[in-house]
Ligand binder design. Structure first.
Ligand code: F6R
Length: 242
């Protein structure tokens, strides 16, 4: 992987937004893979600002979120559908119908994974996949033990991930237990992976992902199987790299 060490998340946002805009210049209907969580927010803000100041046409861009909670009403403010709408679609000006999020509705959950895979294939695959990484080493919500070949499916969140995400909810009891996530195999099919991590709390999982053995125990280590990965980290997240 190519490792880029930046001053902070805003500096990373400049690089990520430039990479997206250069892709969109070449391919106006580019397919973006969108992560939620705190890590990519400055990148989405930088993208929105540049789209506005340069009057870029983004209406044909397509998007696929990495994951969604299962059983949380889609209107809930913390559903990833709501978050993607508020943090990406609206500020950047994407066309809402062209941005998909896995469907966490219990009524259709049996087929939701296959449907999502089919939609990604139909779109021609993901051109640029933005990734964060959890303190368990998860990418998407592929917690340790996920098959390296896995496709979109339901998973159980670890206690640690539920505790980490409790900050978005009133209490940990409100954090869903189940999720639906692109698999590690799905992520590996994207043409370019951009993994972002900031702060010392991510140093161990970044070292494991970049320099450790490729193993299901460290899902982030799949980046080593991919021919085109860019890892953008600050000094804190880079501090345990050799
Ligand atoms: C989000 C996702 C997760 C997060 C990870 C880091 O769609 O799939 O893998 O990227 O949990 O979260 P933050 O960025 O909040 O530290």
């Amino acid at each position: 992987a190519e490792i880029v060490i930046v001053e902070n998340a805003d500096a990373a946002g400049e690089l990520v937004s430039d990479a997206i805009l250069s892709l969109v210049t070449r391919k106006p209907d580019a397919v973006l893979g969108l992560a939620t969580g705190s890590t990519p927010l400055p990148s989405y803000r930088a993208l929105a600002a540049k789209v506005e100041s340069r009057a870029v046409d983004v209406t044909r861009i397509r998007g696929f979120a990495l994951d969604e909670y299962v059983g949380l009403p889609v209107e809930h403010p913390e559903s990833y559908r709501s978050v993607i709408t508020k943090e990406v679609v609206e500020p950047v000006g994407l066309t809402p119908e062209l941005v998909q999020v896995p469907n966490g509705d219990l009524a259709t959950i049996q087929t939701a994974g296959d449907d999502y895979e089919a939609a990604i294939v139909e779109a021609g695959g993901i051109d640029l996949q933005i990734l964060g990484i959890g303190r368990t080493g998860h990418v998407g919500f592929n917690e340790p033990g996920s098959s390296l070949a896995s496709l979109t499916r339901t998973k159980t969140l670890t206690e640690q991930t539920r505790r980490d995400n409790a900050r978005f909810f009133d209490s940990i009891d409100e954090v869903p237990v189940y999720c639906i996530t692109q698999g590690l195999g799905t992520i590996l099919r994207a043409r370019h992976l951009v993994l972002l991590a900031f702060g010392e709390a991510k140093a161990d999982v970044i070292a494991a992902a970049v320099e450790g053995p490729v193993t299901a125990s460290q899902p982030g280590s799949i980046i080593q199987l991919h021919p085109h990965t860019t890892v953008i980290v600050d000094e804190g997240a880079a501090s345990k790299l050799v």
